[in-house]
Design a protein around this ligand. Structure first.
Ligand SMILES: Cn1cc(C(=O)NCCN2CCCC2)ccc1=O
Length: 115
C-alpha cells in the first residue's frame, strides 16, 4: 500500500536521531575547529572565501528552534561544515585532517542509524 505522508512520529524520531548525531559530533576529539563559528576577523580570507559559514553550535541552535524541516536539511548543514573546511584548509593541515576525520565519522554514524 502507498505510504501515507510522513507521520509526526517519523519526523520526531528523525529529530531525536539528529540531536544524538550532533551530540556525538560535538564530543569527538577532532571537533575543536567546528564547535563555534570561525572568527573571520581572526582568520584572514575566511569571510571572502567561505560564502556560507556553518558550525556545530549554529546547527544546534537551528535544531532546537525547529529550523530543520527534515533530515536532509540537517545533513546538508553538517556537510556544509566539512565542505567549507576542505575548501579553506590544506588537506594535511591540522584543521584539514580534523575535518576529514569528522566527515568519515559522521558518514559512518548516520548510515548506521538511518539506513
Ligand atoms: C573550521 N576552521 C576553524 C578555524 C579556527 O581557527 N578555529 C578556531 C579554533 N580555535 C580552537 C580554540 C579556540 C579557537 C580556521 C579555519 C577553519 O576552517
Amino acid at each position: 500500500p502507498a505510504r501515507k505522508s510522513k507521520t509526526s512520529k517519523d519526523s520526531s524520531s528523525e529529530l531525536a536521531v539528529c540531536h544524538m548525531l550532533l551530540a556525538e559530533l560535538e564530543a569527538h576529539r577532532c571537533a575543536w575547529p567546528f564547535l563555534t563559528p570561525v572568527n573571520h576577523k581572526a582568520v584572514p580570507g575566511y569571510k571572502k572565501v567561505i560564502k556560507r559559514p556553518m558550525d556545530f553550535s549554529t546547527i544546534k541552535e537551528k535544531l532546537t528552534s525547529n529550523h530543520y524541516l527534515n533530515l536532509e536539511t540537517f545533513i546538508a548543514d553538517i556537510n556544509l561544515v566539512f565542505d567549507n573546511c576542505k575548501k579553506f584548509n590544506e588537506d594535511q593541515s591540522e584543521i584539514g585532517k580534523a575535518g576529514y576525520n569528522m566527515k568519515r565519522f559522521f558518514n559512518k554514524r548516520w548510515t548506521e542509524l538511518l539506513q
